[in-house]
Design a protein. Sequence first.
Lengths: 202, 202
Amino acid sequence: MIATEFRVDIPLWVVSEVEAAGRVLPTLEQRMALVNRLADRNFREGGGGPFAAIVVEQATGRLISAGVNRVLASHLSVSHAEVVALSLAQCTRGTWDLGASGAPRTELVVNWRPCLQCCGAALWAGVSHLVIPDDSDQMEGITGFDEGPVGEEWISQFEARGISVTKGIGVSEAIQVFQNYAEHVAKGCAVLYNARGTGTNA
Amino acid sequence: MIATEFRVDIPLWVVSEVEAAGRVLPTLEQRMALVNRLADRNFREGGGGPFAAIVVEQATGRLISAGVNRVLASHLSVSHAEVVALSLAQCTRGTWDLGASGAPRTELVVNWRPCLQCCGAALWAGVSHLVIPDDSDQMEGITGFDEGPVGEEWISQFEARGISVTKGIGVSEAIQVFQNYAEHVAKGCAVLYNARGTGTNA
């Protein structure tokens, strides 16, 4: 018999961090501060890389879901933070389209530009807004992760599908998390996962 | 309390089709014939779009997993056929890296070029070979699905990461499945899912 089901969960410490932050985060800075905090704790807890994401109601900042990278814990390469957060938000809403008419517009907040897979996941999930610190190659340079061939024109591709993008939020904190992670790896305290033996993936 | 888990399953008819096809498929044509059959049945069963994928041992064709598009059934936009097949293969192997040393090399067989999300998912999963009918825009033209901004140079990006790509297998059968789907939609027998109201996604 072949496998017929896979599942992904988030650990209870994520729920604790979310409750501690409060369930409504009015400013983009507050939303990103939670994401950076989750990302920094995530690699120390050992479940995956230094990445986190939340989905909130765009207008109010009411939190709908939180995700962290769970590649190591779930044994599934698809379990990036964005996929986890978007899927949990869709579970909560009971629909594959977070942009379904009538529901409050949603925003995805991530601690760097999504990788190739997660750019696609964000395009298809129905969010209206993406918030990131930056989309430069600085993160890849610090951590060694391979983000895939995302084109230079990726923001216009998002905008063409009705998704606005905001950059410049929580940049120094995000960089600090990646530097913390690199030090952690250098000390031999974290598995730097590496599919196909040719690069790492986030 | 926020949602802490999501799950994706495949229906039992997929298992039945796999058992009927036999668990070892020596030729690329046999592998693609199963994929096209699963894709054609999938939209008729109502769980998602006309897409299917399998993961096999590249050398022998021994089937490791099978996936179909489950966006409608799972209420998760990430549940494309490739994500389902790759994740179920990783469940079976107990690792996020299908290319982990020592294990037989694996091949992903899909009934068209993967969308942006699934190009990323395929890059990060550890497969060694991708088999598709074609990568032209003919599928999007027939079905109306939006596959996202996958660059012209996508095959060289796969090859740079150690993944070879074979095109030209089961083309006419794949096109027939998409035409069947388009007729099904035209008759009002299928939901053409459509995130962000600006296009559809596969």
